[in-house]
Design a protein around this ligand. Structure first.
Ligand SMILES: C[S@@+](CC[C@H](N)C(=O)[O-])C[C@H]1O[C@@H](n2cnc3c(N)ncnc32)[C@H](O)[C@@H]1O
Length: 209
């Protein structure tokens, strides 16, 4: 447990299994409640990641994979800055159904803890925001993100500080760098859900193949 005891700050952090997490989102996605909470909590994950991403992704028509897209907050942020070619994937059918029509070019219900049914070197970039958190998606998904991303493509993600070491994200990131699978461009502690005293590591890496 981290010194801040992040796991006690938000109810969903107490859950242990994917089934429990999906059940929780079935309620949270209802009546726009998730989106309203994110506004009330001043959740800055989507804004911070897209702000970081846009410094390096100048071409606005690149094909982007939003892994764990939820209600589409990252898609909305990408659109704000002129990106117009992105796909979304999430395991929660309830959340996927809340996404405004035509925001994403394609939406799929996908368990990101399993191999992703996408060809190698398919995307120019992957965004994964708020999804590396308690009982959600595990570090091995990073191998899949690299596999489906082109050489020199970008992978931009947040990792909840409370699980960064506990789930082995620290070791995974180090291993990928050591094995020349990707190169660090940015890595810093972001605000994330500062109103709840929960921060996240924000990383932007360039794929090497
Ligand atoms: C905190 S939300 C973040 C959603 C969105 N990216 C955002 O920033 O608002 C975490 C998302 O991860 C999804 N998720 C959890 N476990 C998953 C899994 N195994 N595979 C795919 N998505 C998963 C949830 O359904 C939820 O939409």
């Amino acid at each position: 447990m981290s010194k801040k005891d992040v796991g006690n700050k938000i109810p969903i952090y107490k859950l242990k299994t994917t089934e429990e997490v999906m059940g929780f989102y079935d309620d949270w996605g209802d009546k726009d409640k998730y989106n309203k909470d994110m506004v009330n909590w001043n959740y800055t994950g989507p804004k911070e990641t897209v702000n970081t991403f846009k410094k390096y992704a100048e071409n606005k028509s690149i094909l982007i994979f939003d892994a764990g897209c939820g209600t589409g907050l990252v898609g909305k942020e990408l659109k704000k800055f002129g990106y117009n070619n992105f796909h979304g994937a999430d395991l929660s059918k309830t959340l996927l159904e809340t996404i405004p029509k035509d925001l994403y070019k394609k939406l799929d219900k996908v368990d990101l803890n399993l191999p992703i049914k996408t060809n190698d070197d398919y995307y120019d970039a992957v965004m994964c925001v708020g999804t590396f958190t308690y009982a959600h998606v595990k570090p091995n998904a990073l191998d899949e993100f690299i596999r489906i991303t082109k050489n020199k493509g970008l992978i931009c993600f947040t990792i909840n500080e409370g699980i960064y070491k506990e789930y082995g994200f620290d070791k995974k990131i180090e291993e990928l760098e050591k094995n020349n699978r990707w190169k660090k461009i940015e890595f810093f502690k972001s605000e994330y859900i500062a109103s709840k005293n929960v921060n996240a590591w924000l990383g932007l890496y360039e794929v090497k193949k």
